[in-house]
Design a protein around this ligand. Structure first.
Ligand SMILES: *[C@@H]1O[C@H](CO)[C@@H](O)[C@H](O)[C@H]1NC(C)=O
Ligand SMILES: *[C@@H]1O[C@H](CO)[C@@H](O)[C@H](O)[C@H]1NC(C)=O
Ligand SMILES: *[C@@H]1O[C@H](CO)[C@@H](O)[C@H](O)[C@H]1NC(C)=O
Ligand SMILES: *[C@@H]1O[C@H](CO)[C@@H](O)[C@H](O)[C@H]1NC(C)=O
Ligand SMILES: *[C@@H]1O[C@H](CO)[C@@H](O)[C@H](O)[C@H]1NC(C)=O
Length: 452
Protein backbone atom coordinates (compact mmCIF):
# COMPACT_ATOMS: atom_id res chain seq x y z
CA UNK A 1 0.00 0.00 0.00
CA UNK A 2 2.82 2.41 0.97
CA UNK A 3 4.54 1.51 -2.29
CA UNK A 4 1.34 2.24 -4.20
CA UNK A 5 0.99 5.71 -2.57
CA UNK A 6 4.64 6.53 -3.34
CA UNK A 7 4.07 5.57 -7.01
CA UNK A 8 0.88 7.61 -7.05
CA UNK A 9 2.59 10.75 -5.66
CA UNK A 10 5.43 10.32 -8.18
CA UNK A 11 2.86 10.08 -10.96
CA UNK A 12 0.98 13.14 -9.69
CA UNK A 13 4.13 15.18 -9.63
CA UNK A 14 4.97 14.11 -13.16
CA UNK A 15 4.41 16.34 -16.11
CA UNK A 16 2.29 13.71 -17.80
CA UNK A 17 -0.24 14.15 -14.92
CA UNK A 18 -3.51 14.22 -16.92
CA UNK A 19 -3.27 10.87 -18.83
CA UNK A 20 -2.10 9.18 -15.66
CA UNK A 21 -5.07 10.54 -13.67
CA UNK A 22 -7.33 9.25 -16.45
CA UNK A 23 -5.71 5.83 -16.18
CA UNK A 24 -6.27 5.79 -12.42
CA UNK A 25 -9.91 6.81 -12.87
CA UNK A 26 -10.38 3.95 -15.31
CA UNK A 27 -8.72 1.51 -12.90
CA UNK A 28 -10.93 2.67 -10.03
CA UNK A 29 -14.01 2.28 -12.23
CA UNK A 30 -13.00 -1.26 -13.11
CA UNK A 31 -12.47 -2.09 -9.42
CA UNK A 32 -15.89 -0.57 -8.57
CA UNK A 33 -17.70 -2.41 -11.38
CA UNK A 34 -16.10 -5.73 -10.52
CA UNK A 35 -17.08 -5.05 -6.88
CA UNK A 36 -20.68 -4.48 -8.01
CA UNK A 37 -20.71 -7.66 -10.10
CA UNK A 38 -19.19 -9.65 -7.24
CA UNK A 39 -21.65 -8.09 -4.79
CA UNK A 40 -24.54 -9.01 -7.06
CA UNK A 41 -23.29 -12.57 -7.22
CA UNK A 42 -23.07 -12.70 -3.45
CA UNK A 43 -26.57 -11.27 -3.18
CA UNK A 44 -27.77 -13.79 -5.69
CA UNK A 45 -26.10 -16.59 -3.72
CA UNK A 46 -27.61 -15.21 -0.55
CA UNK A 47 -31.07 -15.15 -2.10
CA UNK A 48 -30.55 -18.67 -3.47
CA UNK A 49 -29.45 -19.89 -0.04
CA UNK A 50 -32.32 -18.16 1.72
CA UNK A 51 -34.86 -19.56 -0.65
CA UNK A 52 -33.30 -23.03 -0.23
CA UNK A 53 -33.67 -22.67 3.55
CA UNK A 54 -37.24 -21.45 3.07
CA UNK A 55 -37.83 -24.35 0.71
CA UNK A 56 -36.42 -26.83 3.24
CA UNK A 57 -38.52 -25.25 5.93
CA UNK A 58 -41.54 -25.58 3.71
CA UNK A 59 -40.70 -29.22 3.00
CA UNK A 60 -40.23 -29.86 6.72
CA UNK A 61 -43.47 -28.06 7.46
CA UNK A 62 -45.25 -30.14 4.83
CA UNK A 63 -43.72 -33.29 6.30
CA UNK A 64 -44.79 -32.17 9.78
CA UNK A 65 -48.28 -31.36 8.66
CA UNK A 66 -48.65 -34.88 7.27
CA UNK A 67 -47.17 -36.28 10.47
CA UNK A 68 -49.21 -34.05 12.73
CA UNK A 69 -52.45 -33.02 11.09
CA UNK A 70 -54.34 -30.19 12.73
CA UNK A 71 -57.13 -31.14 15.10
CA UNK A 72 -59.70 -29.95 12.58
CA UNK A 73 -58.45 -32.60 10.12
CA UNK A 74 -59.56 -35.46 12.35
CA UNK A 75 -62.10 -37.46 10.43
CA UNK A 76 -65.39 -37.67 12.16
CA UNK A 77 -65.94 -41.28 13.15
CA UNK A 78 -68.66 -43.00 11.21
CA UNK A 79 -67.65 -40.93 8.19
CA UNK A 80 -63.98 -41.61 7.57
CA UNK A 81 -61.99 -44.76 8.18
CA UNK A 82 -58.99 -44.94 10.47
CA UNK A 83 -56.24 -45.60 7.94
CA UNK A 84 -54.46 -48.93 8.38
CA UNK A 85 -51.74 -50.74 6.45
CA UNK A 86 -52.21 -54.14 4.81
CA UNK A 87 -51.51 -55.86 8.16
CA UNK A 88 -54.09 -53.80 10.03
CA UNK A 89 -51.61 -51.51 11.77
CA UNK A 90 -52.69 -47.92 12.24
CA UNK A 91 -51.29 -45.31 9.89
CA UNK A 92 -52.87 -42.52 11.88
CA UNK A 93 -50.62 -39.71 13.08
CA UNK A 94 -52.97 -37.80 15.29
CA UNK A 95 -55.41 -39.14 17.86
CA UNK A 96 -58.26 -37.75 19.93
CA UNK A 97 -58.23 -38.96 23.53
CA UNK A 98 -61.10 -38.64 25.99
CA UNK A 99 -60.08 -38.24 29.63
CA UNK A 100 -63.19 -39.73 31.19
CA UNK A 101 -62.48 -39.46 34.91
CA UNK A 102 -59.67 -37.02 35.53
CA UNK A 103 -57.00 -37.95 38.01
CA UNK A 104 -57.31 -37.12 41.72
CA UNK A 105 -59.32 -34.00 40.95
CA UNK A 106 -56.92 -32.94 38.17
CA UNK A 107 -56.72 -34.27 34.67
CA UNK A 108 -56.19 -33.29 31.08
CA UNK A 109 -56.85 -29.75 29.85
CA UNK A 110 -59.38 -29.50 27.06
CA UNK A 111 -57.69 -29.26 23.66
CA UNK A 112 -54.16 -29.79 24.98
CA UNK A 113 -51.97 -31.35 22.30
CA UNK A 114 -49.16 -33.75 23.18
CA UNK A 115 -46.35 -34.94 20.90
CA UNK A 116 -45.18 -38.57 20.95
CA UNK A 117 -41.66 -38.62 19.51
CA UNK A 118 -41.30 -42.42 19.78
CA UNK A 119 -43.93 -42.91 17.05
CA UNK A 120 -43.97 -39.51 15.34
CA UNK A 121 -47.56 -39.08 16.45
CA UNK A 122 -49.47 -36.63 18.55
CA UNK A 123 -52.78 -36.56 20.34
CA UNK A 124 -55.30 -34.07 21.65
CA UNK A 125 -57.05 -34.36 25.00
CA UNK A 126 -60.73 -33.77 25.41
CA UNK A 127 -62.98 -33.93 28.45
CA UNK A 128 -66.19 -33.80 26.39
CA UNK A 129 -67.91 -37.12 26.90
CA UNK A 130 -70.37 -36.44 24.07
CA UNK A 131 -67.52 -36.74 21.54
CA UNK A 132 -67.49 -40.52 21.97
CA UNK A 133 -68.12 -41.09 18.24
CA UNK A 134 -64.98 -39.16 17.32
CA UNK A 135 -62.52 -40.37 19.91
CA UNK A 136 -59.73 -42.87 19.31
CA UNK A 137 -59.00 -43.66 22.95
CA UNK A 138 -61.09 -43.27 26.09
CA UNK A 139 -59.07 -43.27 29.31
CA UNK A 140 -60.28 -43.99 32.82
CA UNK A 141 -58.42 -43.60 36.08
CA UNK A 142 -59.08 -46.81 37.98
CA UNK A 143 -61.61 -49.16 36.35
CA UNK A 144 -64.49 -47.90 38.48
CA UNK A 145 -64.99 -45.04 36.04
CA UNK A 146 -65.68 -47.73 33.44
CA UNK A 147 -69.31 -47.64 34.49
CA UNK A 148 -69.65 -44.49 32.38
CA UNK A 149 -68.02 -45.88 29.26
CA UNK A 150 -70.44 -46.96 26.51
CA UNK A 151 -68.21 -49.93 25.63
CA UNK A 152 -70.82 -51.21 23.16
CA UNK A 153 -70.64 -47.97 21.18
CA UNK A 154 -66.87 -48.09 20.74
CA UNK A 155 -65.96 -49.61 17.39
CA UNK A 156 -63.19 -52.02 16.62
CA UNK A 157 -63.25 -53.09 13.01
CA UNK A 158 -61.55 -52.48 9.68
CA UNK A 159 -62.99 -48.99 9.40
CA UNK A 160 -62.71 -47.71 12.92
CA UNK A 161 -60.58 -48.45 15.92
CA UNK A 162 -61.67 -46.97 19.22
CA UNK A 163 -59.90 -48.27 22.29
CA UNK A 164 -60.51 -48.05 26.02
CA UNK A 165 -57.75 -47.88 28.60
CA UNK A 166 -57.78 -47.92 32.41
CA UNK A 167 -54.80 -47.08 34.56
CA UNK A 168 -53.96 -46.90 38.24
CA UNK A 169 -50.79 -46.44 40.26
CA UNK A 170 -52.14 -47.46 43.68
CA UNK A 171 -51.66 -50.96 45.04
CA UNK A 172 -54.44 -53.57 44.90
CA UNK A 173 -55.08 -52.84 48.57
CA UNK A 174 -55.96 -49.22 47.79
CA UNK A 175 -57.69 -49.35 44.38
CA UNK A 176 -60.28 -51.35 42.46
CA UNK A 177 -59.61 -54.89 41.29
CA UNK A 178 -61.66 -57.63 39.63
CA UNK A 179 -63.86 -57.87 36.54
CA UNK A 180 -64.25 -54.13 35.92
CA UNK A 181 -60.76 -54.22 34.42
CA UNK A 182 -61.61 -56.98 31.92
CA UNK A 183 -63.81 -54.61 29.90
CA UNK A 184 -60.87 -52.46 28.83
CA UNK A 185 -58.68 -53.07 25.79
CA UNK A 186 -55.64 -51.78 27.64
CA UNK A 187 -54.78 -51.81 31.32
CA UNK A 188 -51.83 -49.97 32.73
CA UNK A 189 -50.63 -50.51 36.26
CA UNK A 190 -47.20 -50.89 37.88
CA UNK A 191 -47.54 -54.66 37.32
CA UNK A 192 -44.73 -55.42 34.88
CA UNK A 193 -46.27 -58.64 33.56
CA UNK A 194 -50.03 -58.12 33.65
CA UNK A 195 -50.21 -54.65 32.15
CA UNK A 196 -51.13 -54.41 28.48
CA UNK A 197 -49.48 -53.35 26.32
CA UNK A 198 -46.98 -51.91 28.81
CA UNK A 199 -46.91 -50.97 32.48
CA UNK A 200 -47.05 -47.42 33.81
CA UNK A 201 -44.59 -47.31 36.67
CA UNK A 202 -43.07 -44.87 39.16
CA UNK A 203 -39.72 -45.13 37.38
CA UNK A 204 -38.35 -42.74 34.83
CA UNK A 205 -35.59 -45.01 33.55
CA UNK A 206 -33.66 -42.13 32.00
CA UNK A 207 -33.23 -40.80 35.53
CA UNK A 208 -33.15 -44.09 37.45
CA UNK A 209 -30.28 -45.48 35.34
CA UNK A 210 -28.25 -42.32 35.93
CA UNK A 211 -29.08 -42.44 39.67
CA UNK A 212 -27.97 -46.08 39.79
CA UNK A 213 -24.68 -45.45 38.00
CA UNK A 214 -23.79 -42.18 39.78
CA UNK A 215 -21.29 -42.38 42.63
CA UNK A 216 -22.84 -41.68 46.05
CA UNK A 217 -22.82 -37.91 46.67
CA UNK A 218 -21.87 -38.51 50.32
CA UNK A 219 -19.03 -41.06 50.73
CA UNK A 220 -19.05 -43.69 53.48
CA UNK A 221 -16.74 -41.73 55.82
CA UNK A 222 -19.05 -38.70 55.78
CA UNK A 223 -22.32 -40.54 56.39
CA UNK A 224 -24.09 -40.15 59.73
CA UNK A 225 -22.13 -42.05 62.40
CA UNK A 226 -24.86 -41.88 64.99
CA UNK A 227 -27.94 -43.27 63.24
CA UNK A 228 -27.68 -46.21 60.86
CA UNK A 229 -30.86 -45.55 58.93
CA UNK A 230 -33.39 -42.88 57.98
CA UNK A 231 -37.17 -43.22 57.67
CA UNK A 232 -39.55 -40.63 56.22
CA UNK A 233 -43.19 -41.72 56.07
CA UNK A 234 -46.58 -40.02 56.31
CA UNK A 235 -48.98 -43.01 56.32
CA UNK A 236 -48.59 -44.46 59.83
CA UNK A 237 -51.31 -47.05 59.43
CA UNK A 238 -49.95 -49.08 56.54
CA UNK A 239 -51.63 -52.34 55.49
CA UNK A 240 -48.50 -54.41 56.10
CA UNK A 241 -47.86 -53.07 59.62
CA UNK A 242 -44.48 -51.54 58.74
CA UNK A 243 -44.84 -48.89 61.50
CA UNK A 244 -44.82 -51.53 64.27
CA UNK A 245 -41.92 -53.32 62.59
CA UNK A 246 -39.83 -50.14 62.34
CA UNK A 247 -40.69 -49.38 65.99
CA UNK A 248 -39.16 -52.73 66.97
CA UNK A 249 -36.12 -52.20 64.77
CA UNK A 250 -35.61 -48.83 66.51
CA UNK A 251 -35.19 -50.73 69.76
CA UNK A 252 -32.14 -52.44 68.24
CA UNK A 253 -30.45 -49.70 66.19
CA UNK A 254 -30.68 -45.92 65.96
CA UNK A 255 -32.99 -44.78 63.17
CA UNK A 256 -33.78 -41.12 62.46
CA UNK A 257 -37.47 -40.66 61.62
CA UNK A 258 -38.35 -37.28 60.09
CA UNK A 259 -41.89 -38.10 58.97
CA UNK A 260 -45.05 -38.23 61.04
CA UNK A 261 -44.62 -41.87 62.10
CA UNK A 262 -42.47 -42.50 65.18
CA UNK A 263 -40.98 -39.06 64.62
CA UNK A 264 -37.78 -38.43 66.57
CA UNK A 265 -36.04 -35.87 64.37
CA UNK A 266 -36.95 -32.56 62.69
CA UNK A 267 -35.59 -30.99 59.53
CA UNK A 268 -37.19 -32.77 56.60
CA UNK A 269 -40.88 -32.98 55.81
CA UNK A 270 -42.56 -36.15 54.61
CA UNK A 271 -42.66 -34.62 51.11
CA UNK A 272 -40.93 -36.74 48.52
CA UNK A 273 -39.25 -33.69 46.95
CA UNK A 274 -36.40 -33.34 49.43
CA UNK A 275 -36.20 -36.93 50.65
CA UNK A 276 -33.07 -37.73 48.66
CA UNK A 277 -31.26 -34.87 50.43
CA UNK A 278 -32.02 -36.45 53.78
CA UNK A 279 -31.35 -39.98 52.52
CA UNK A 280 -27.86 -39.33 51.20
CA UNK A 281 -26.47 -38.59 54.68
CA UNK A 282 -27.39 -42.02 56.01
CA UNK A 283 -25.90 -45.44 55.35
CA UNK A 284 -29.32 -47.07 55.02
CA UNK A 285 -32.77 -45.91 53.94
CA UNK A 286 -35.93 -47.73 55.02
CA UNK A 287 -37.86 -48.03 51.76
CA UNK A 288 -40.66 -50.41 52.78
CA UNK A 289 -43.91 -49.82 50.84
CA UNK A 290 -47.34 -49.51 52.49
CA UNK A 291 -48.37 -52.91 51.07
CA UNK A 292 -46.44 -55.79 49.56
CA UNK A 293 -47.87 -56.65 46.15
CA UNK A 294 -46.36 -57.98 42.89
CA UNK A 295 -44.17 -55.25 41.40
CA UNK A 296 -45.49 -52.59 43.78
CA UNK A 297 -42.31 -50.55 44.07
CA UNK A 298 -42.68 -46.78 44.19
CA UNK A 299 -40.65 -43.63 44.42
CA UNK A 300 -39.53 -44.74 47.90
CA UNK A 301 -36.95 -46.90 46.15
CA UNK A 302 -36.36 -44.30 43.43
CA UNK A 303 -35.45 -41.72 46.10
CA UNK A 304 -33.27 -44.12 48.09
CA UNK A 305 -31.26 -44.87 44.95
CA UNK A 306 -31.08 -41.16 44.14
CA UNK A 307 -29.66 -40.59 47.63
CA UNK A 308 -26.94 -43.19 47.00
CA UNK A 309 -27.57 -45.21 50.18
CA UNK A 310 -28.42 -48.89 50.68
CA UNK A 311 -32.21 -49.42 50.62
CA UNK A 312 -33.86 -51.68 53.20
CA UNK A 313 -36.90 -53.21 51.50
CA UNK A 314 -39.58 -55.82 52.15
CA UNK A 315 -40.36 -58.46 49.53
CA UNK A 316 -41.67 -61.97 50.12
CA UNK A 317 -42.80 -64.55 47.52
CA UNK A 318 -42.08 -62.01 44.79
CA UNK A 319 -44.31 -59.42 46.48
CA UNK A 320 -42.23 -57.59 45.34
CA UNK A 321 -39.20 -59.16 43.72
CA UNK A 322 -36.70 -56.33 44.13
CA UNK A 323 -34.27 -58.05 41.77
CA UNK A 324 -36.54 -56.72 39.02
CA UNK A 325 -35.68 -53.17 40.09
CA UNK A 326 -32.15 -53.29 41.46
CA UNK A 327 -28.87 -55.03 40.67
CA UNK A 328 -27.91 -58.04 42.78
CA UNK A 329 -26.34 -57.41 46.18
CA UNK A 330 -27.51 -53.79 46.35
CA UNK A 331 -30.29 -53.85 48.99
CA UNK A 332 -31.30 -55.57 52.21
CA UNK A 333 -34.58 -57.49 52.23
CA UNK A 334 -36.02 -57.76 55.75
CA UNK A 335 -37.57 -61.13 54.85
CA UNK A 336 -34.09 -62.62 54.41
CA UNK A 337 -33.74 -62.55 58.21
CA UNK A 338 -35.30 -64.81 60.82
CA UNK A 339 -35.56 -62.18 63.51
CA UNK A 340 -35.49 -58.40 63.80
CA UNK A 341 -32.39 -58.78 65.99
CA UNK A 342 -30.63 -60.71 63.20
CA UNK A 343 -31.48 -57.95 60.71
CA UNK A 344 -30.26 -55.27 63.13
CA UNK A 345 -26.97 -57.14 63.67
CA UNK A 346 -26.40 -57.32 59.91
CA UNK A 347 -27.14 -53.62 59.48
CA UNK A 348 -24.52 -52.91 62.15
CA UNK A 349 -22.01 -55.34 60.61
CA UNK A 350 -22.36 -53.76 57.15
CA UNK A 351 -22.62 -50.20 58.44
CA UNK A 352 -19.38 -50.52 60.45
CA UNK A 353 -17.22 -52.01 57.70
CA UNK A 354 -16.39 -49.66 54.86
CA UNK A 355 -15.28 -52.42 52.44
CA UNK A 356 -18.40 -54.44 53.09
CA UNK A 357 -20.64 -51.36 52.90
CA UNK A 358 -19.17 -50.28 49.57
CA UNK A 359 -19.60 -53.78 48.16
CA UNK A 360 -23.37 -53.08 48.23
CA UNK A 361 -22.78 -50.06 45.97
CA UNK A 362 -20.50 -52.04 43.62
CA UNK A 363 -22.55 -51.10 40.52
CA UNK A 364 -21.62 -47.42 41.07
CA UNK A 365 -17.92 -48.23 40.76
CA UNK A 366 -17.08 -48.12 37.01
CA UNK A 367 -15.27 -46.00 34.46
CA UNK A 368 -18.31 -44.57 32.62
CA UNK A 369 -18.68 -40.81 32.39
CA UNK A 370 -22.00 -39.83 33.98
CA UNK A 371 -22.27 -36.47 32.19
CA UNK A 372 -21.88 -38.27 28.84
CA UNK A 373 -24.38 -40.95 29.82
CA UNK A 374 -26.97 -38.25 30.57
CA UNK A 375 -26.91 -37.10 26.95
CA UNK A 376 -27.63 -40.58 25.54
CA UNK A 377 -30.93 -42.13 24.51
CA UNK A 378 -32.67 -44.59 26.82
CA UNK A 379 -31.51 -47.58 24.74
CA UNK A 380 -27.92 -46.37 24.81
CA UNK A 381 -28.09 -45.80 28.57
CA UNK A 382 -29.41 -49.34 28.98
CA UNK A 383 -26.48 -50.71 27.00
CA UNK A 384 -23.98 -48.94 29.25
CA UNK A 385 -25.85 -50.11 32.32
CA UNK A 386 -25.70 -53.70 31.05
CA UNK A 387 -21.93 -53.27 30.54
CA UNK A 388 -21.56 -52.32 34.19
CA UNK A 389 -23.98 -54.81 35.72
CA UNK A 390 -23.08 -57.58 33.31
CA UNK A 391 -24.33 -61.08 34.10
CA UNK A 392 -26.21 -59.71 37.10
CA UNK A 393 -28.57 -57.68 34.92
CA UNK A 394 -31.72 -59.62 35.88
CA UNK A 395 -33.60 -56.36 36.01
CA UNK A 396 -32.67 -55.41 32.48
CA UNK A 397 -34.06 -58.51 30.85
CA UNK A 398 -37.11 -59.24 33.01
CA UNK A 399 -37.68 -56.22 35.12
CA UNK A 400 -38.18 -52.51 35.13
CA UNK A 401 -35.48 -51.69 32.59
CA UNK A 402 -36.86 -54.12 30.05
CA UNK A 403 -40.44 -52.98 30.43
CA UNK A 404 -40.55 -49.28 31.26
CA UNK A 405 -40.03 -47.02 28.25
CA UNK A 406 -40.46 -43.85 30.31
CA UNK A 407 -42.94 -41.99 28.18
CA UNK A 408 -46.46 -40.63 28.36
CA UNK A 409 -49.03 -43.40 28.88
CA UNK A 410 -50.97 -42.37 25.76
CA UNK A 411 -47.77 -42.27 23.71
CA UNK A 412 -47.20 -45.89 24.76
CA UNK A 413 -50.62 -46.64 23.24
CA UNK A 414 -50.17 -44.68 20.02
CA UNK A 415 -46.80 -46.37 19.47
CA UNK A 416 -48.44 -49.76 20.09
CA UNK A 417 -51.36 -49.29 17.68
CA UNK A 418 -48.94 -48.22 14.97
CA UNK A 419 -46.95 -51.44 15.49
CA UNK A 420 -49.74 -53.93 16.14
CA UNK A 421 -52.57 -55.09 13.82
CA UNK A 422 -55.92 -54.06 15.26
CA UNK A 423 -57.13 -57.66 14.88
CA UNK A 424 -54.44 -58.81 17.34
CA UNK A 425 -55.51 -56.18 19.83
CA UNK A 426 -59.14 -57.21 19.42
CA UNK A 427 -58.18 -60.86 19.96
CA UNK A 428 -56.09 -60.14 23.06
CA UNK A 429 -57.65 -61.86 26.06
CA UNK A 430 -58.90 -59.22 28.46
CA UNK A 431 -58.26 -60.12 32.08
CA UNK A 432 -59.64 -58.99 35.43
CA UNK A 433 -57.19 -57.36 37.83
CA UNK A 434 -56.11 -59.83 40.52
CA UNK A 435 -57.49 -58.91 43.92
CA UNK A 436 -55.42 -57.92 46.91
CA UNK A 437 -55.56 -61.44 48.38
CA UNK A 438 -53.72 -62.79 45.34
CA UNK A 439 -51.48 -59.87 44.46
CA UNK A 440 -50.45 -58.82 47.96
CA UNK A 441 -49.27 -60.27 51.23
CA UNK A 442 -52.01 -60.39 53.90
CA UNK A 443 -52.56 -57.43 56.20
CA UNK A 444 -49.90 -56.93 58.92
CA UNK A 445 -47.84 -59.69 57.26
CA UNK A 446 -44.51 -58.18 58.32
CA UNK A 447 -45.46 -58.63 61.98
CA UNK A 448 -46.81 -62.16 61.47
CA UNK A 449 -43.57 -63.10 59.72
CA UNK A 450 -41.34 -61.96 62.56
CA UNK A 451 -43.52 -63.45 65.30
CA UNK A 452 -43.16 -66.99 63.97
C1 LIG B 1 -39.99 -40.00 12.63
O1 LIG B 1 -39.87 -39.27 11.43
C2 LIG B 1 -38.52 -38.97 11.09
C3 LIG B 1 -38.53 -38.05 9.90
O2 LIG B 1 -39.51 -38.40 9.00
C4 LIG B 1 -37.77 -40.26 10.85
O3 LIG B 1 -36.42 -40.00 10.55
C5 LIG B 1 -37.84 -41.13 12.09
O4 LIG B 1 -37.24 -42.38 11.86
C6 LIG B 1 -39.27 -41.34 12.51
N1 LIG B 1 -39.28 -42.02 13.78
C7 LIG B 1 -40.09 -43.04 14.05
C8 LIG B 1 -39.99 -43.62 15.42
O5 LIG B 1 -40.90 -43.47 13.24
C1 LIG C 1 -40.86 -65.51 41.68
O1 LIG C 1 -40.70 -65.15 40.33
C2 LIG C 1 -39.74 -65.92 39.64
C3 LIG C 1 -39.62 -65.37 38.26
O2 LIG C 1 -39.41 -64.01 38.30
C4 LIG C 1 -40.18 -67.37 39.63
O3 LIG C 1 -39.19 -68.15 39.01
C5 LIG C 1 -40.40 -67.86 41.04
O4 LIG C 1 -40.93 -69.15 41.02
C6 LIG C 1 -41.35 -66.94 41.78
N1 LIG C 1 -41.42 -67.33 43.18
C7 LIG C 1 -42.55 -67.38 43.86
C8 LIG C 1 -42.44 -67.82 45.28
O5 LIG C 1 -43.62 -67.07 43.39
C1 LIG D 1 -14.96 -56.13 56.35
O1 LIG D 1 -15.57 -56.75 55.24
C2 LIG D 1 -14.66 -57.36 54.37
C3 LIG D 1 -15.45 -57.80 53.14
O2 LIG D 1 -16.53 -58.60 53.49
C4 LIG D 1 -14.00 -58.51 55.09
O3 LIG D 1 -13.07 -59.13 54.24
C5 LIG D 1 -13.29 -57.98 56.33
O4 LIG D 1 -12.76 -59.05 57.08
C6 LIG D 1 -14.24 -57.20 57.18
N1 LIG D 1 -13.51 -56.52 58.24
C7 LIG D 1 -13.82 -56.69 59.52
C8 LIG D 1 -12.99 -55.93 60.48
O5 LIG D 1 -14.72 -57.42 59.89
C1 LIG E 1 -13.95 -49.58 43.36
O1 LIG E 1 -13.36 -50.80 42.94
C2 LIG E 1 -11.98 -50.91 43.20
C3 LIG E 1 -11.48 -52.24 42.68
O2 LIG E 1 -12.08 -52.56 41.47
C4 LIG E 1 -11.70 -50.80 44.69
O3 LIG E 1 -10.32 -50.81 44.91
C5 LIG E 1 -12.31 -49.51 45.23
O4 LIG E 1 -12.17 -49.50 46.63
C6 LIG E 1 -13.77 -49.43 44.88
N1 LIG E 1 -14.31 -48.15 45.34
C7 LIG E 1 -15.47 -48.04 45.95
C8 LIG E 1 -15.87 -46.67 46.39
O5 LIG E 1 -16.19 -49.00 46.18
C1 LIG F 1 -22.17 -60.78 39.16
O1 LIG F 1 -22.05 -61.88 38.28
C2 LIG F 1 -20.77 -62.48 38.30
C3 LIG F 1 -20.73 -63.54 37.23
O2 LIG F 1 -21.96 -64.17 37.07
C4 LIG F 1 -20.49 -63.06 39.70
O3 LIG F 1 -19.22 -63.65 39.75
C5 LIG F 1 -20.58 -61.93 40.70
O4 LIG F 1 -20.41 -62.43 42.01
C6 LIG F 1 -21.89 -61.21 40.59
N1 LIG F 1 -21.87 -60.05 41.46
C7 LIG F 1 -22.83 -59.83 42.32
C8 LIG F 1 -22.67 -58.61 43.15
O5 LIG F 1 -23.79 -60.57 42.45
Amino acid sequence: MRLFIRHLSTLCRSRRRVPFLFLIGTLLSIVFISYLINHNQQTENFIKQTSKIADDQLKTANKLSTLVPKTSHIQKKGGGAWPIDEKGRSLKNHFLVLDLTGFFGGGASEGEQVQCPSSNTSFTWTRQQNRVNEIDFVVSHDAQGGGNIPFDRLQLNENQQQYSMAFVMESEVHSSTGDGWAKFNFIMTYDLDNSYPEPATYFDMNIHLIDLLSPPSVPFDQKDKDAYAVWIISNCNAHNGRQDFVGKLMNEIKIDSYGSCLNNKKGYSARMVDNANAYKKYKFVIAIENSNCFDYVTEKLVKAVEGGSIPIVAGYNNRSDYRRYMPKHSFLNIFDYKTIKELADDIKRIGNNKTLYESYLWYKNHSKNIEELKTLSLNEKLKHFADVVGANATMITNGIAGKERSENKICKLTRFVRQTPWQDIAAHKKIPRADANTACLPGRYILTHFKS
